[in-house]
Design a protein around this ligand. Sequence first.
Ligand code: CA
Length: 652
Amino acid sequence: MKAQVQDDYMDWPVPAGPICEMNYSPDQTCFQLWSPKARSVEVRLYDQGEGGDVARMSCGHIHHIFLDKNEDGTFGGVINGDLKGCFYTFVVKDENGNLLNETPGIFAKAVGVNGKRAQILDLSTTNPKGWESDVKPVLVHPQDAVIYEMHHRDFSIDASSGMLHKGKYLALTEHGTTNGQGEKTGIDHLVELGVTHVHLLPSYDYGSVDEARLDSPQYNWGYDPVNYNVPEGSYSTNPYDPAVRIREFKEMVMALHKAGIRVVMDVVYNHVFDLKNSNFEKTAPGYFFRWNNDGTPANGSGCGNETASERPMMRKFMIESVLYWVREYHIDGFRFDLMGIHDIETMTAIRRAVNSVDPSIIIYGEGWAASTPGYDANKLAMKANVHFIKGIAAFGDEMRDGLRGAWYDDKKGGFLVGIPGHEESVKFGLVGASDCGGVDLTKVNYSREFWTGEPCQMISYVSCHDDLCLADRINVTLMARRGKKKSAEAHEAECVRLQKLAYAAVFASRGIPFIWCGDEIMRDRKGVRNCYNSPDSINAIPWRLKSEHKDVYEYVKQLITLRRHLRWHEGGEYHFLPVKGSNVIAMFSSGVVIILNSNRRTITQEIPYGVWQIVSWSDRPPMPVSAGALPTFKGSSLKVPAQSALILVERS
Ligand code: CA
């Protein structure tokens, strides 16, 4: 029954050309909508993005037409005259004769407030000055990427951000901002830190923030897509004028590029917020989703539905959507939400399509689903299958949870708080989930096999927007482990040591390092676990922390610099050194030794006999690498202080 239903969908005709629902010229506008089973498709014109009456058009044009059915499953038609600035929707009458609600289509490129209606717009007029000469910063190899995940509001909304356009795209165009104590914030902070990529939480048009009442603060991560191919309106200075969000998004990309930073989009093709009222369902009912035998939607997303990337039109939609962001907005990377819901063939096709434009674009995703998807597990882009998909990476949860503790219990600690038994999970992440020897797979938390084809197919991280952020998790797990709090000062000092140790592991990995915004200045979120819609008081980064935790910031910055110079994440000789006892990991990679000690005592670690230079102690302020200031020692063992990381370089 299930197979039969899905086979029927597979037989729907799919047009050969690109999806183009509206094509404007000053003489006429062509409309087209794909809806193979529809009885009729109507286009309605409006003079504004919401409200108004279709019958009282002020611009003097025909206010609605019915489109003609074509053999390829589309309906098409033309309206003569210059319709620039008009808004439009499609109305589909389904195969049962039901009139579906209005939709701007599945591929609207400009929309009015809250994305209800699309606008007839000449996109070339939205380009900011200098857009034609926008140049992407160089990225030679994906393994050189250092990713910084951020939410627009977290990043700029706090009073201490010093930014003018708080919570907006334009905040990322502001230079010269400080936290009031003279420390750089905003884009200058990112440049100073040394990240190569900014990864934006959902910035396509989503539904959970009401763009019509932006005078009252609203917060959401935005994992509830409405229009996949339009920037979100609440991050623009005027969500009513469709050109404004487009232009300001481009200004943001251009400013980041000028600052040497690439831009990654978080894309959520795997589900929609409200299936029934989604543009997919209002266009071609049934087709874009997977269904259970009983007719209910499959729910691999945990959000009530999942899309069907294996169906030709959904696959085509995803490929063209990604390419559209690359070409129109100069996007440099994509993070696929719940990538494990998508099929391998589609992800491979996306990689291939992107390569034809720019192979340096990075693609990674969550190699899992929220629950079992309604499709053959062997064909899904799950973590275990990532080695089949060259050029696409997945998040490494083995090291993440090995370090901080299992995701399903906030109080469970891991390596960081000194609980023995997590060393192999951390080592699994250090090698980038790929076989370098020396990892006992029987002791790794979530995987019994290495799952990457090469280390840069793993995103190395300890914290992201999900769950407790790192500072909160360290705080909670330390308290749970110790039973009672030490003095506030001693507790704080211990949290600082572990924050640094965590990021030492992230950057020691051969995978691609990834930072959650604010971890580098030790922000917390007041212990709130799932703060997807929590107020700014929870989510905003208080930039004063950059002054208060200057040592953490300088340490993370130093890790980025050292990795770039010493390149321990590249090929070359790689192995783990023997250690005594638990809670210690020592790795040797291309002439660099990195030792992680989460014990609450100093340990002595054996290293290969030679002359060594210590380039970084996590428990001391970073030293200038120049001027021969670095201490050198000769020998085969050294002391590693409690809860700290050490980085040494072999002198030839
Ligand atoms: Ca929106």
